[in-house]
Each structure stands twice: as C-alpha cells, then as structure tokens.
Design a protein around this ligand. Structure first.
Ligand SMILES: C[S@@+](CC[C@H](N)C(=O)[O-])C[C@H]1O[C@@H](n2cnc3c(N)ncnc32)[C@H](O)[C@@H]1O
Length: 381
C-alpha cells in the first residue's frame, strides 16, 4: 500500500528554501567521533541504559511480530551514531528474532546503519565488523547509509525492519524564527523560554519532522514491515500532564553553564540569545496523532516508560557523586560538542564544558531526575 499524503499543516515535504539550513544543521549534529576520552563511543552509557529500560517492550513486540519473508531480512538502524550502542541493539533484535524462531537458518540478513553524513562511519563499520566476527548474534552483512532520516534513505518497499533509538528528538533544523536575531532571548531552548511563540515554533517543527520521518519510512518499509522508535518524552512523570517540557533536562546543564559565563562576562549575551538547540520532545498523544494521520501503520506498542540511570551515574557517597557529576557532563559533551563548538569556537566551548562539569556535581539530582520516554512499535499496513 502506498504511503498516503500527509496532513498539510504539519507534514508538507521539506521545502526547498530550507535546504541550506538543513545542510548546515546536518554538519553540526553528529556525535563526537573516534574512541577517545570525550567521544560518544566512550560516553553513551546513558543511551545504552535507556535501551535496556525499553528492551522488554521491544522483545514483547517482536514476539508478536510475523516476519513477512523468511528468506531475506533487511534491517535499518537510523541515528546509529558511531556504533557501540547501535551494533549492540541490532544484535539484541536479531537474537530475539532467532530465539523466538522467527528466522530460518537460511535467512540472509542485511543491516544498514544510517546517520548524518558527518557521523564517524569508520568507527561504526569497525564496531559492526567486530560484531559480525563474534558468534553472539546471528551474522549479518553491513552497510553504512549517510543521510537525514527526515528524508528518503532507501528505495520503496525495501526494508523489513527499522529501528531508531534515542534520536528522534533531534529536529531537522532550528525553527524558522531563529533566523530573526534574538528571537529566544536568555536561553538556548524552548523549555525556559518566556515566549509562547517560541514553544509553538518548536512544536510545529518537531511534529513536522516526525511526520516526515513516518512518511518516508512508510514508503521504504514493505507491507508487514516493523518500525521501532524510542523517543525522549516531555518531562518527568510528574510533569507529563503539562504542555511542553518544563522539567530539568540535559539541555539545562548547557543552559546553566552558558548563563553563568554570560554573567561573568566570559561569553557575549548575544551568543546565548542567538543559539538554539534543535531538539523537541513530543508527547505520546502527539505521536499517536501523527501515526494516525500517516495512515499506513497499525500500532502494536505506544507507551511511556521511565528512564533508569546507567551504573556510572548512580551515586550515594560523596566520591561517587563527584565522579557521576563529571560523567554526566562528559555524556552531554559527547552529544553537543560539535554543535556548541560551531557556535562559540573551540576556546569558549572548552570554557563552557569546564563550567558544565563544575555545575553538574552540586545539581546532580535535579539534572538526573528520571524522564519519560516513548516506546513505539508499528506495523506497516
Ligand atoms: C543520542 S544519539 C543516539 C545514538 C544511538 N541510536 C544510541 O542509542 O546510542 C542520536 C543520533 O541521532 C543522529 N541524528 C540526529 N539527527 C539526525 C537526522 N536528521 N538524521 C539521521 N540521524 C540523525 C545523531 O547524529 C546521533 O548519532
């Protein structure tokens, strides 16, 4: 079945005039490459733990899932980053299918790992190759596919399974209004903005992006194909009833440090007023409406789960708090280093990072409040 036209309000295709901005943001979003001290490879335990929290729901959805064709399985993991988590998560998915008797001994498996063009695909392919040599999961052929998941990545009717873990909160771009100088003064995000138009613009862009994602995957998945998404949700359990994101988040670690350095005269106030994080956290309700309007999926799973902290962030003693605070700042830095360095230059970006590390320890509990994430498993009609 053809993926239907999308809701015009939130879902028209990426307009041509957005291309330049899109390209610019594509350059900036990739996680820190390599396997050094501040790389995503060495600082992605938080995201790994998120996957573990969602894993029982994924396993349950897979046990209900009927693979349309046992001779060939083409899986794509979108937003794979440099591979440590992605290769592990793909291994879990394949092992699960095997254990549930869903794969025949002859099933040929191809895994496409996809991320933005600036992603460190060398490391990714090394991690994939290491996994292929181990006998822990069914063996697979691997490919790397550079591109934005808000656009077409594969031919029509090509994929059997798509996964996308902890990536769909990244928007394709900062909303249009950001082109006006100081449109969101005093903060780097919509959560702390004083202006309703800022929150509205973020919401509109975030939902448009997610709608584009559903549209293109609807085109690329075969009928009966499986789509798994694990998406950061709007806030902690107690904040959920509110509209928008009002709680503490990893972005506040950056925002707090940036404000401190502006107050101390290290950073120009304009830098704070003009930088905006291209991140939106949709609610379950918003996701349900977009799935419905995409029209080409049936819902297997759609629910919140509460995040758990990875072991390196759990702290009781003073010494553990010190370590966990520094680790928390490192984890955030591995995600935003290229984005922030692009805005501030490397010297000032380093000052910001130092301040994030310093602030993280006294604010550990509030920065690490458990958050709600949305697990979504869909079947292509
Ligand atoms: C927090 S990482 C998650 C990586 C991995 N899935 C995991 O669970 O650890 C988010 C990833 O999404 C990627 N990403 C962000 N926007 C994207 C886009 N428009 N298209 C493809 N990948 C994107 C980033 O480059 C990054 O690698």
């Amino acid at each position: 079945m053809e993926a239907p036209e999308r809701n015009a309000d939130v879902a028209s295709g990426p307009p041509a005039q957005q291309d330049a901005d899109q390209k610019r943001s594509n350059r900036l979003h990739a996680m820190a490459g390599g396997d050094g001290q501040y790389s995503y490879d060495q600082n992605s335990t938080y995201q790994r733990q998120l996957f573990e929290t969602a894993r029982p729901l994924l396993t349950a959805a897979l046990s209900r899932y009927q693979i349309p064709d046992q001779s060939m399985l083409h899986v794509a993991d979108l937003g794979c980053s440099t591979g440590k988590n992605s290769v592990y998560q793909t291994g879990v998915l394949l092992s699960c299918l095997k254990a549930a008797g869903k794969l025949s001994p002859d099933t040929e498996i191809m895994v496409s790992f996809s991320d933005l063009p600036d992603n460190d695909f060398n490391l990714l392919l090394k991690r994939a190759s290491e996994a292929r040599q181990s006998d822990q999961a069914p063996t697979f052929l691997a490919a790397a596919v550079p591109g934005s998941f808000y656009e077409a990545l594969f031919p029509k009717n090509w994929l059997h399974m798509v996964t996308c873990n902890t990536s769909l909160h990244w928007m394709s771009r900062v909303p249009l209004e950001s082109e006006r100088p100081r449109w969101n003064p005093g903060t780097i995000w919509y959560s702390r903005s004083q202006h309703q138009h800022v929150k509205d613009a973020y919401q509109k862009q975030g939902l448009k992006d997610l709608s584009d994602f559903l549209h293109y995957r609807g085109r690329e998945l075969v009928p009966g194909g499986f789509l798994w998404m694990y998406i950061p949700g709007p806030g902690s359990r107690k904040e959920l009833p509110q509209a928008g994101y009002e709680g503490n988040t990893w972005i506040d670690i950056i925002d707090d440090a940036w404000r401190d350095l502006v107050c101390e005269g290290v950073l120009d106030p304009e830098s704070l007023d003009t930088f905006n994080m291209p991140v939106y956290y949709p609610s379950v309700k918003e996701i349900a409406a977009l799935v419905e309007s995409a029209g080409c999926y049936t819902i297997d799973t759609l629910q919140y789960v509460e995040s758990e902290l990875s072991p390196d962030l759990r702290a009781t003693t003073e010494q553990e708090r010190e370590k966990a605070g520094v680790k928390q700042a490192d984890l955030v830095w591995a995600v935003v280093k290229s984005l922030v360095t692009g805005a501030l230059g490397s010297e000032k970006a380093e000052r910001l990072f130092e301040r994030m590390q310093r602030n993280a320890v006294p604010n550990l509990e509030s920065y690490l409040t458990p958050k709600m994430y949305t697990c979504v498993a869909l079947i292509r009609k």
